[in-house]
Design a binder for this molecule. Structure first.
Ligand code: ATP
Ligand code: CA
Ligand code: CA
Length: 429
């Protein structure tokens, strides 16, 4: 955060970065239209296109009131191919990225990255370090190989790699899928690695409206874990095993499983409590609790305009996701009946239950995969945590990391619903 409370990144105002990259992306996508579709070639992974954006505009670029900048688009044809694999039409991508202002997310990470969310909730743009950008470029052919064989994956879906250059500063950006819906309340959020070494959300994080907790917090909140139907559990673990094998093959470490939990029963209680409150209050006193997109607002606060906003929100929730195979349920290729479809909840959450039997929807995916184990310095904490957990042979570290990760997910975080808890009495064989 810079002077005057303005968010800055490398001393550039965030609002300027947002506006400029929207111009840059718009130009990049527009430019692709003139390039005919064709098979992907190896060199497509290496190309970089650079465009100047002078104030007064040029033959190809519009005039603007930001600082002059250069915009680089990495592997434009390759990323067009990836977007196509996920069924994203160029027009839709353009609309999502550029037609409305981006929203800035507060980042619990220590790296200082900034995250932007597109207005339609589909995409996230993350600032990455030089090394990470370089690593993604090198990863692209292998990433492509995996995607082609296995589009159902919990790995991040990358849709673009860009660099915004201004005053000889470089801001590298990755566009990817957004995992957490912002239209509903996530009662809990976790960033899980399978490590217990200092894996606790700090005080600043815990004080946020919607904190991102870590492994130790999870074990405290959910001593018995989260319960899934056997089929769902198997699909989830299988997908993660497959994904971790890919990550290990690239010697990637330090990734997390991001898990957002919407508690349907709690949401219902919150709803009826809010109703009770308004019924007993004749005047619209300030309701307690954080009004998250109007969900917790009392009736008296909801004017006519709010109603249209709500209708719009519901419409957008019920719309299919733009990116194919991008919901958690599709990613793990599971087919279980949703627990009591509710119409104000986005599709694709994984049905689960907590130990109290409450109905949950999980939104999840693997994040932060651009750390190769060669980036030693950055990974110091990770080394320490692995030695802490008994790893001794450094060459096997990516393997150790993956094993520990999978072990934690399969045994501590996710559990099969014991057959004794099911409706029908369990039949012993
Ligand atoms: P660090 O390297 O310090 O761990 P980082 O800046 O690399 O942090 P990430 O670990 O990628 O950041 O993500 C930080 C947080 O941002 C996550 O815990 C999560 O809350 C949010 N986040 C990251 N990626 C996504 C995504 N694809 N969808 C939704 N939220 C995300
Ligand atoms: Ca991280
Ligand atoms: Ca990181």
């Amino acid at each position: 955060v810079g002077e005057g409370g303005e968010i800055t990144y490398k001393k550039i105002q965030s609002s300027q970065i947002m506006g400029s990259i929207q111009l840059g992306i718009q130009h990049a996508i527009g430019g692709l239209a003139s390039k005919p579709e064709r098979d992907l070639l190896m060199q497509d992974f290496m190309t970089v296109e650079t465009t100047n954006f002078p104030h007064e505009g040029s033959n190809h670029t519009p005039a603007h009131h930001y600082s002059e900048f250069k915009f680089k688009t990495y592997a434009p044809i390759a990323f067009r191919y990836f977007r196509d694999l996920f069924g994203i039409q160029p027009d839709d991508f353009l609309m999502s990225m550029c037609s409305a202002p981006l929203r800035e997310l507060s980042n619990p990470g220590a790296s200082g990255s900034i995250f932007y969310l597109t207005n339609d909730d589909e995409f996230i743009i993350k600032t990455v370090q030089h090394k990470e950008g370089e690593f993604l470029q090198k990863l692209l052919p292998g990433y492509y190989l995996n995607l082609d064989q296995n589009p159902r994956t919990l790995l991040p879906k990358f849709f673009g790699l860009y660099c915004y250059q201004c005053n000889s500063k470089n801001v590298r950006l990755v566009a990817m899928n957004n995992l957490l819906p912002s239209s509903i309340k996530l009662h809990q959020k976790y960033d899980l690695k399978g490590s217990t070494y200092k894996r606790k959300a700090n005080k600043g994080e815990r004080q946020k409206t919607s904190p991102t907790y870590k492994d130790l917090d999870f074990m405290e909140h959910h001593t018995e874990g989260l319960f899934l139907e056997a089929d769902t559990y198997n699909a989830l673990i299988k997908t993660m095993q497959r994904d971790c094998r890919v990550l290990e093959s690239f010697k990637i470490m330090d990734y997390s499983l991001l898990v957002g939990i919407h508690n349907l029963d709690e949401a219902q209680r919150e709803k009826s409590e809010a109703r009770k409150r308004t019924d007993s209050q004749s005047e619209g006193d300030d309701a307690e609790g954080e009004p998250r997109k109007g969900l917790n607002r009392t009736r008296s606060e909801q004017g006519r305009e709010d109603f249209t906003a709500q209708v719009k929100r519901t419409q957008s929730i019920n719309r299919q996701r733009l990116v194919a195979h991008s919901t958690a349920m599709e990613s793990i290729q599971a087919e279980s009946e949703p627990i009591d479809e509710e119409d104000d909840v986005p599709p694709g959450g994984i049905p689960a239950r907590n130990a109290r039997g409450e109905r949950l929807l999980l939104f999840l995916g693997i994040i932060d995969i651009l750390q190769s184990y060669r980036l030693r310095k950055k990974l110091e904490h990770t080394w320490k945590s692995m030695i802490h957990d008994g790893d001794t042979v450094s060459v096997h570290r990516p393997n150790f990391y993956a094993q520990r990760f999978l072990d934690f997910m399969a045994k501590t975080v996710f559990k099969k619903i014991p057959s004794s808890l099911k409706h029908s009495p369990s039949k012993r064989k």
